[in-house]
Design a protein around this ligand. Structure first.
Ligand SMILES: Cc1cc2nc3c(=O)[nH]c(=O)nc-3n(C[C@H](O)[C@H](O)[C@H](O)COP(=O)(O)OP(=O)(O)OC[C@H]3O[C@@H](n4cnc5c(N)ncnc54)[C@H](O)[C@@H]3O)c2cc1C
Length: 404
């Protein structure tokens, strides 16, 4: 089997790479080890606001469950910071449908697909990656391609075998747990809720993402190995003991439980080699604070597919030629990722009282701008008058060029 692109992984990174390569006339094979793509869901299912815009993502309509027009962030002492627009600025989607619809789009454009195909090795020819070996329903299958794309998620086999990312340090991972619940006492169905604090979610947050009037994803991400409990332990603590968590979940019934890992340490130093590209979680293209990765995977995948086809047409799929992909996606998000990584490190060392003080002076717009790496106004410094710890934090934010 010979293709232009062989893509490992049918998540949003893989299918968006496929779609853009197919639109450029490519012959594409997608392999996924799942027999039912999109399942199990390992995602809070929120799309929009941080990262790429909705126009760039082109969310499949059938996947949209609930439009979202903002959020409430609760500091450790439950001081809220609210961002609420009149119009929807994002969606809670059904990832089962979302991922499947993108795969359908790719198939309709001509992609071949193998489900239940677990890629276990790479084929090298003259030092260049030129194929993959998969185990598919008990059979060994080899598929050859001009360019191989590793879009196989956080535990990417392709990244590990190629040496582009041999492992992820625990410090750069968040572990997460999530219930989908029915009977949640949601206050405002079109606002997401986030809860911060070292006792609530060490280096992370609890999220409540409404899917309908009384149905929501209630989940948590914490720094791997951080705190005294597991992610599940902290989530249960929120549901049972946090004043707001108790109220939200007192009548709630779990209909699904999910766990997963999020790579929050920023992009890999390099995501291309001769005949090889990495996309999405495999490349570390995830917002280091929010953990959002769907939008980035889609936009970066689209760039990867286009560049791969240009290189194939020119007959040069060397690392040097493919590195155009690296330059293009880093031009778009590289600065944002490195700033957010620095902000994450700073917030990790910030104690709960300072977060409470910060919540008193930040507006929802400020938070949106900060998490997009945009500078926010001087008003903060004035507001922090006399509060030494907060002033110190604001000074650090200024050094990161996040406030004026
Ligand atoms: C609990 C949790 C909550 C999250 N919430 C959000 C959120 O609300 N919003 C958001 O934007 N992001 C969220 N994320 C992050 C988001 O899910 C990922 O960034 C996104 O799915 C990355 O897309 P991807 O295509 O790179 O990888 P994935 O979606 O992980 O897809 C990878 C695919 O590769 C396949 N695969 C893996 N290994 C192999 C192999 N060896 N052979 C063949 N196939 C293989 C897998 O089966 C899978 O289908 C969350 C993550 C977690 C864990």
């Amino acid at each position: 089997m010979n293709y232009d692109l062989v893509i490992v992984g049918a998540g949003p990174g893989g299918t968006s790479t496929a779609i853009s390569a197919l639109k450029a006339g490519g012959k594409v094979m997608i392999l996924d080890r799942k027999t039912n793509v999109g399942v199990p869901v390992q995602c809070g299912e929120a799309i929009g606001k941080t990262g790429p815009s909705l126009a760039e993502i082109d969310v499949p309509k059938r996947a949209v469950m609930n439009p979202i027009r903002g959020f409430k962030i609760f500091s450790p002492n439950l001081t809220p910071v609210v961002y609420a627009k009149n119009e929807a600025e994002g969606f809670i989607v059904d990832r089962r449908v979302f991922d499947k619809e993108l795969l359908v789009r790719a198939c309709e454009l001509g992609a071949d697909v193998m489900v239940g195909a677990n890629v276990v090795d790479l084929v090298y020819e003259d030092g260049k990656v030129s194929g993959v070996v998969a185990r598919c329903f008990g059979e060994k299958v080899e598929v050859r391609g001009e360019v191989i794309v590793g879009a196989d998620g956080v535990n990417s086999t392709v990244a590990r075998i190629s040496g582009l990312r041999k492992f992820i340090k625990p410090r750069d991972l968040d572990t997460s747990a999530q219930f989908e619940m029915v009977g949640v006492n949601i206050e405002e169905v079109d606002l997401m809720e986030f809860y911060l604090g070292s006792k609530v979610a060490p280096r992370g947050y609890v999220w409540v993402f409404p899917k309908s009037e009384n149905r929501a994803n209630v989940g948590i991400g914490i720094g791997a190995g951080m705190g005294e409990k597991t992610a599940y332990g902290y989530l249960m603590d929120f549901i049972k003991n946090n004043p707001r968590g108790k109220e939200l979940c007192k009548d709630a019934k779990p209909i699904e439980f999910r766990v997963g890992a999020i790579p929050l340490g920023g992009p890999n130093p390099k995501n291309v080699a001769d005949g090889l590209m990495l996309v999405g979680d495999a490349a570390g293209q995830v917002h280091p604070i929010t953990g959002g990765g769907v939008g980035y995977a889609i936009v970066c995948g689209s760039i990867a597919g286009k560049v791969a086809m240009e290189c194939i047409e020119k007959g040069d799929v060397s690392e040097k030629a493919l590195s155009k992909y690296e330059s293009l996606w880093r031009e778009k998000y590289g600065h944002e990722f490195s700033q957010m990584l620095a902000l994450r490190n700073l917030l990790e060392e910030t104690d709960d009282e300072v977060l409470d003080d910060l919540a008193k002076i930040l507006t929802g717009e400020n938070v949106v701008d900060l998490t997009a790496g945009k500078k926010i106004g001087v008003v903060l410094r004035a507001a922090a008058k006399g509060n030494v710890k907060l002033l110190r934090l604001l000074n650090e934010l200024r050094k990161l060029q996040l406030i004026q």
